[in-house]
Design a protein around this ligand. Structure first.
Ligand code: ADP
Ligand code: MG
Length: 508
């Protein structure tokens, strides 16, 4: 099969790199690009080389305060929140167009910064972001309430209306920097909120481009503000700020818990999209030609740096050898390399810290008695010796209780378990034996069995005969248990940026 033509114009890369090297990226506050008040910047590293290739402003508490004030002023003035919904939708649609018009620059920046293959930068960053903007633009004109007949004495009319929650702090992780920031922003904007976005310190650059496009799209000043910087400084200042009404966070469960504590000061609304340790269950009647690649890419895609990654494989013992052989063949066949190389199917891990974390989990699994079936080592990539590449890895002899089975690794490391009997309760109990509950996949030709499993699995998302596939802006995304609070996407996602007001009218 010939791959589709590369939709990204890579000829702009030398100019893009020169421009990134020439000047630090700035904060976007109240419609203007400004340096951090401290004048400080931080290094931005290309994970495919380990080299610094850009600098970004290191926002601190003072900068966050200015950004929040801008968002507050814009919100309170009604410049965005009281704008006719159809007009808000138009501006959001315009931003979607601008994103697509700048597709090559955004995709290349995402790949340089995060390491993801360029095709993923294009489809997973640019196109997914413009689609989520268009989807959420549609909600501007559709958010509404309900009507009631209160049971009070006399004649009454009651209704609810949904109002924007106010100023939002959006804290974004490094695994899909552009689309995650855009998705949070799009839902907040559809609800009528204003926002301060803080991208992750590992991957600030594509969000800065978003700021440029926002300036062009026609949003009132202060609607969207972007503060690049570290979690412990910029992030902490945002979650503690008294003028922020809601935090929408995506990241690790550990940080999510810290954020909940920090939000108690003014009882901010909080939604959390956190970690996972998602099961992939393959029954002996599954269509293995589909199940095997889906299971493999469900953990190797984006080098496993995906919250919904299927990291625990449960396979029926009758098909265990065949599945293991198939996933192993895919692991060996995957081309690991720089995301800029069009042949690459898996890029590097995002940072040296993430590389140390993933290899640490592999070592701990071995010390607890697991075996490496394939992979397990640093991947050597010619011309990219300083990069954070790791081989796609499959572990066997993994059992419940091992760290690599219990904890989220966030790398291309699959733990494999088998089951022998067909008792769905037993299989579901094993799949549910985790603190997380984000995603799950079930492969079986028996749709009744698939649906029964979907009922028994405690997770916010279940895929039958498919893994991953990427989030759909229309379908709620989020987790049970310690995978989070609330949902993003769909109606639920937009409503999470609103307050409900009950209005009662005495008609007597
Ligand atoms: P990782 O541990 O892989 O860096 P995190 O969940 O800590 O993942 O990071 C996700 C996002 O949360 C990043 O934007 C990061 O800067 C931010 N962050 C980290 N710590 C805090 C904190 N204490 N308060 C607010 N934001 C934080
Ligand atoms: Mg980087």
């Amino acid at each position: 099969m010939t791959p589709p033509p590369m939709p990204v114009d890579t000829s702009i890369l030398p100019d893009l790199k020169a421009d990134l090297a020439a000047k630090p990226r700035e904060l976007f506050i109240n419609g203007e690009f400004v340096p951090a008040k401290s004048g400080e910047t931080f290094d931005v590293i290309d994970p495919a080389t380990g080299q610094v290739f850009a600098q970004a402003a290191s926002g601190g508490a003072e900068d966050v305060d200015l950004a929040v004030q801008a968002a507050r002023k814009c919100f309170d003035s009604g410049a965005w929140s009281a704008m006719p919904p159809a007009q808000r939708a138009r501006i959001m649609m315009k931003l979607a167009e601008l994103i697509e018009a700048n597709a090559s620059r955004i995709a290349l920046t995402e790949t340089l910064d995060n390491g993801m293959p360029l095709m993923m930068g294009y489809f997973g960053a640019v196109m997914a972001a413009s689609e989520t903007l268009r989807y959420n633009a549609g909600w501007c004109t559709k958010i509404g309430g309900e009507t009631f007949t209160p049971s009070h004495p006399g004649e009454w009319h009651g209704f609810t209306q949904r109002e924007p929650v106010g100023v939002v702090g959006g804290i974004v992780p490094w695994n899909f920097p552009f689309v995650m920031g855009v998705a949070k922003m799009a839902q907040a904007l559809a609800a009528g909120c204003t926002i301060v976005l803080k991208p992750a310190e590992q991957t600030p650059l594509s969000t800065v481009i978003l700021g440029e496009l926002i300036a062009e799209a026609g949003f009132p000043e202060g609607t969207v503000n972007i503060v690049t910087g570290f979690g412990a400084t910029a992030g902490a200042a945002l979650v503690e700020h008294e003028q922020v009404d809601k935090i929408s966070f995506t990241g690790s469960t550990v940080t999510g818990k810290q954020i909940v504590k920090a939000c108690t000061g003014n009882l901010k609304r909080v939604t959390l999209e956190l970690g996972g340790k998602s099961p992939v269950i393959i029954f002996d009647d599954a269509n293995l030609a589909k199940a095997i690649p889906a299971a493999a890419m469900g953990i190797f895609g984006n080098a496993g740096q995906v919250c919904a990654a299927g990291s625990r494989l449960f396979v029926h013992e009758k098909v265990r050898d065949q599945v293991l052989e198939g996933v192993t063949a895919m692991a060996k066949g995957l081309k690991v390399g720089s995301g800029l190389d069009p042949a690459s199917q898996m890029g590097p891990l995002v940072s040296d810290a993430q590389f140390a974390r993933v290899t640490g989990y592999i070592e701990s699994a071995l010390s607890e008695g697991a075996k490496v079936h394939v992979g397990g080592e640093k991947a050597s990539v010619e011309g990219s010796e300083g990069g954070y590449f790791i081989q796609p890895t499959v572990l066997t002899d993994t059992v419940a209780g091992m760290k690599a089975v219990e904890e989220e690794i966030f790398g291309p490391v699959l733990a494999t378990m088998t089951f022998g009997d067909d008792d769905l309760e037993t299989i579901a109990a094993a799949a549910n034996n985790t603190q997380y509950g984000l995603n799950a996949s079930v492969f079986t030709q028996d749709i009744t069995r698939g649906l029964k499993m979907a009922k028994r699995i405690k997770s916010g998302m279940v895929n039958i005969n498919g893994a991953g596939g990427g989030p759909d802006p229309a379908m709620p995304l989020g987790g049970f248990k310690q995978s989070g609070w609330g949902r993003e996407n769909g109606r639920a996602g937009v409503e999470a940026f609103t307050e409900v007001k009950s209005v009662t009218v005495n008609l007597g």
